[in-house]
Design a protein around this ligand. Structure first.
Ligand SMILES: [Zn+2]
Length: 207
């Protein structure tokens, strides 16, 4: 298996998702863990290792929106060039499953929101009005096999039905924003002489 020369990413978040679903060329498993990220002017040189066999790899990334903070993956309506439809669906199921087990509730809401964002990315591959995705939506070897064997899993009505069971994206984004604001240690200015209480560990960005 060959690794692509240069990754064309919309945001760095998209790269994080890519490293979750891209198999290691050495052992066929993964996921990747980022060791270093050398970034400047939208170009990244990421060094990561496989969590399964520790094989290390360098990824050169061109990032269209290098300053996109928060959760956004792909601000455009165009589908991803990094992660195919089947991989977005795998991420959706994975994150939804993690959300169902996560505590506290804020963490569950964050994972649920990320799952919904991945489902929205999968839906970007359908041309307007089409019920079945084009074959070009499957560019990973595993994705091509999955589509060939079970095309019905990727029918648009099925994906839309899953989306309809989730809260709307802006609503989920609002909840995550409120959870983040509530999580910030509040220290009234008139208590500036008091020692700050220890901050809770930050949840990893690449969850
Ligand atoms: Zn490996």
């Amino acid at each position: 298996m060959e690794m692509p020369d240069r990754l064309q990413a919309r945001t760095f978040n998209e790269v994080r998702y890519y490293l979750l679903v891209t198999p290691c060329p050495q052992c066929g498993k993964g996921p990747w863990e980022i060791d270093s990220d050398d970034a400047g002017g939208g170009q990244h040189l990421v060094v990561a290792h496989c969590r399964n066999c520790r094989h290390a790899e360098r990824f050169r990334v061109d990032c269209e929106h290098p300053d996109a903070g928060g959760e956004p993956i792909n601000p455009s309506d165009e589908p991803s060039r990094l992660i195919d439809l089947s991989q977005w669906m795998s991420l959706f199921y994975l994150l939804l499953e993690q959300a169902s087990r996560a505590t506290p509730k804020a963490q569950a809401r964050l994972l649920g929101y990320r799952a919904a964002l991945c489902l929205a990315e999968a839906l970007k591959f359908f041309p307007l009005g089409e019920l079945t995705p084009p074959e070009s939506a499957f560019f990973s070897p595993a994705g091509r096999t999955a589509f060939r064997e079970h095309p019905e899993n990727f029918a648009r009505p099925r994906l839309l039905d899953m989306q309809s069971r989730l809260p709307a994206l802006p609503k989920m984004a609002g909840s995550v924003r409120r959870d983040r604001a509530a999580d910030r240690p509040r220290r009234p200015w008139w208590k500036f002489w008091k020692r700050p209480r220890p901050t809770p560990p930050q949840e990893p960005d690449d969850a």
